[in-house]
Ligand binder design. Structure first.
Ligand code: PAF
Length: 286
């Protein structure tokens, strides 16, 4: 077990670590995860290490952000393998509470963010963002880090977290980590493991088609036309359904019809019963 980070499972131990590190003048970063770590997560650790002295990784498969019929029961739980992956990453501590520690008996408080959660993943997965906002609030308050980082792959999640951190004046810097992609450009995700061999090949087209949409808009094409072209291309590529391809304001996630300077395209397409999320920045030169 050499090089493996220390694991704590209680808020008390977590706070003791944070307090004694602070007393030594160290700054703390939190990398919240649900485990099943891949190189996307490891990149978040190296990214936050540029900003803080001690990165803490939390591992908790949060039941409240899974809807009925979703993959909570089957979501990969592989703590031993996760700890192996964290060895020699500079992770100062792993916080891996159980559900009882996170949601003690009698726990009834939730955090709910309006507006920005109405569309896209919020509409497709009712209650999902309440679960995310609640557990991330708990994690931030349990740890009290200087900074926390979330992947841009879940772009709406990052926007929701930025919103409640601002609204509740939580004293933490929220950082976004760039999307990490496989060799064919597929965004790294723990759920990619659910794909069949054929599905995995189709999945590799998602980013290619999105990049096509970005190029079309940057070249002056209409947003509506580009969204339609991309949707058709996804179906032709073999995706079973396309939940949405939407060009939005990068901060409010409101759909837009004209890109003035910057925008974001968000998409979800399904293959093999897996909802694959991706998104890209659109920067139009003025
Ligand atoms: O992105 C995730 O892995 C989860 O939604 C998070 C932020 C760890 C909350 O459970």
């Amino acid at each position: 077990m050499n090089g493996f980070p220390r694991v704590v499972r209680t808020v008390t131990e977590l706070r003791q670590f944070v307090q004694s590190s602070r007393a030594q003048g160290k700054t703390i970063g939190l990398v919240p995860t649900m485990g099943a770590l891949h190189h996307g997560h490891l990149s978040l650790i190296s990214e936050i290490s540029k900003h803080v002295d001690l990165p803490i990784v939390s591992i908790f498969v949060n039941p409240t952000q899974f809807g009925e019929g979703e993959d909570f029961e089957t979501y990969p739980r592989e703590e031993e393998a996760d700890l192996e992956k964290l060895a020699d990453t500079g992770t100062a501590l792993v916080y891996a509470p159980d559900a009882h520690e996170m949601y003690p008996p009698g726990d009834i408080t939730t955090v709910s963010v309006g507006g920005i959660t109405d569309r896209f993943e919020g509409a497709a997965r009712p209650g999902h963002f309440d679960g995310v906002a609640t557990v991330v609030s708990k994690l931030l308050l349990q740890c009290l880090p200087d900074a926390a980082i979330f992947g841009e792959k879940d772009y709406q999640q990052l926007a929701v977290i930025r919103q409640f951190v601002r609204d509740l004046a939580v004293p933490v810097d929220i950082l976004g980590g760039p999307i990490i992609r496989e060799a064919d450009g597929l965004a790294a995700s723990s759920r990619n493991a659910y794909l069949s061999e054929t599905g995995r090949k189709v999945a590799g087209q998602l980013n290619v088609i999105l990049a096509g949409l970005v190029a079309e808009i940057v070249a002056g094409g209409s947003i509506e036309q580009a969204e339609q072209t991309a949707t058709n291309a996804l179906l032709v590529a073999g995706f079973n359904t396309v939940d949405y391809v939407a060009v939005v304001d990068p901060a409010t996630l409101e759909p837009i019809t004209v890109v003035n300077r910057s925008a974001r395209v968000l998409t979800v397409a399904r293959i093999d019963g897996v909802r694959l999320l991706d998104n890209m920045a659109i920067n139009v030169p003025r």
